[in-house]
Design a protein around this ligand. Structure first.
Ligand SMILES: *[C@@H]1O[C@H](CO)[C@@H](O)[C@H](O)[C@H]1NC(C)=O
Ligand SMILES: *[C@@H]1O[C@H](CO)[C@@H](O)[C@H](O)[C@H]1NC(C)=O
Ligand SMILES: *[C@@H]1O[C@H](CO)[C@@H](O)[C@H](O)[C@H]1NC(C)=O
Ligand SMILES: *[C@@H]1O[C@H](CO)[C@@H](O)[C@H](O)[C@H]1NC(C)=O
Ligand SMILES: *[C@@H]1O[C@H](CO)[C@@H](O)[C@H](O)[C@H]1NC(C)=O
Ligand SMILES: *[C@@H]1O[C@H](CO)[C@@H](O)[C@H](O)[C@H]1NC(C)=O
Length: 296
């Protein structure tokens, strides 16, 4: 037996162990504890997670964190997942501070943030997501404001759901300028149907976008329009806004009339004063002349 012959199986065994070891290590690093993993996919649904899970494989395309207690998404850790296209964070405790959270996941196509605690959406929230097609931010009862240009950079957006939030107003330009929008969830929001909202309602009436659950898209305030369906309330609201305009016109006309009257009075008064001054002056001059005449 040669000494080399004995060493070869030993080194092979070592190599095998080494491979197995690294394989196991990689395996454990490849799936966060408590989550289940598939090909390019990590699923951590309903694991009572308080925080964004560590050690997510860097090549993950689909990450599901639904039904946990995550209150914060760390932008840096998220940005390691540069290939992420699908992120489901529904039913968590995510709050308002999402600006620049998604700065490193520019390939995101699908983002579900429904059933969270968002309070506002600004331009900075989703502006880096140039490929976004589906955005679900429904069922955020404290969401009360969406900035006018919040989706200005999301030109591929096709499906947007803002149902069951606290929104009372949406600017027409926020959604009108999205060329690919086909689905817009607006139901069960406390819409405030004042004259500023008329423009949005008019846009709804003429657009090709699908508004699901249309029976539950209603005005909440003012009271006169409570439970009126959109966009059917358009005609009613338009006439009420027009009569309001007429009232304004009347006020304006009264104001102009008063101005003319006032200006006329002032001019007449000034003319009177001038006349009196002139008269006094000329009569004084005559008296002087008379006095001069008397002296000569
Ligand atoms: C993720 O896991 C949950 C249960 O753990 C399962 O119901 C769900 O279908 C999974 N989702 C995907 C996309 O595999
Ligand atoms: C997660 O939140 C739910 C409801 O918000 C609560 O009932 C549960 O106790 C929380 N779990 C943990 C581990 O904090
Ligand atoms: C939701 O956000 C509001 C305002 O930021 C806060 O007062 C409230 O406690 C939050 N709710 C939950 C369940 O985190
Ligand atoms: C918005 O999109 C433009 C290009 O379409 C890009 O240059 C710009 O950086 C984006 N804004 C942000 C805040 O990412
Ligand atoms: C209409 O309501 C919205 C939101 O409640 C408000 O921002 C806007 O100023 C209101 N417009 C008028 C004309 O009252
Ligand atoms: C509309 O709202 C009512 C009450 O808020 C609810 O019972 C009903 O299921 C909703 N309709 C749809 C289609 O969701």
């Amino acid at each position: 037996m040669s000494p080399s012959g004995g060493r070869r199986p030993l080194s092979l065994l070592l190599l095998l162990l080494l491979l197995l070891g690294t394989g196991l290590a990689a395996g454990s690093a490849h799936c966060p504890s408590g989550c289940s993993c598939g090909y390019l996919e990590v699923n951590c649904t309903g694991r009572q997670l308080q925080e964004f899970p560590a050690a997510i494989p860097l090549d993950t395309r689909q990450l599901i964190l639904a039904a946990n207690n995550v209150s914060y998404l760390p932008a840096v850790e998220l940005s390691f997942l540069a290939d992420l296209v699908y992120l489901d964070c529904q039913k968590n405790l995510l709050g308002d501070d999402l600006d620049f959270t998604f700065i490193g996941v520019a390939k995101l196509v699908y983002l579900d943030l429904s059933f969270n605690n968002l309070t506002q959406v600004t331009f900075g929230t989703f502006s880096q997501l140039l490929s976004l097609v589906v955005l679900k931010i429904s069922d955020n009862p404290n969401l009360v404001a969406i900035e006018k240009d919040a989706f200005a950079n999301n030109t591929w957006l096709r499906h947007l759901d803002v149902s069951r939030t606290g929104l009372t107003f949406l600017d027409t330009s926020t959604v009108r300028d999205l060329p690919n929008l086909r689905f817009l969830g607006l139901s069960d929001n406390p819409w405030h149907c004042n004259c500023s909202f008329l423009d949005f309602i008019t846009w709804m009436a003429g657009s090709n976008v699908h508004f699901p659950d249309a029976d539950n898209i209603t005005c909440y305030t003012p009271k006169a329009f409570r439970a009126w369906k959109l966009p059917a309330a358009e005609v009613q609201l338009r006439s009420s806004c027009l009569t309001q305009l007429h009232k304004q016109d009347y006020i304006f006309l009264c104001f102009v009339g008063f101005c003319i009257f006032f200006a006329g009075t002032v001019v007449a008064w000034l003319a009177g004063v001038c006349a009196v001054i002139y008269q006094v002056h000329t009569s004084k001059g005559e008296e002087d002349e008379e006095e001069e005449d008397a002296v000569t």
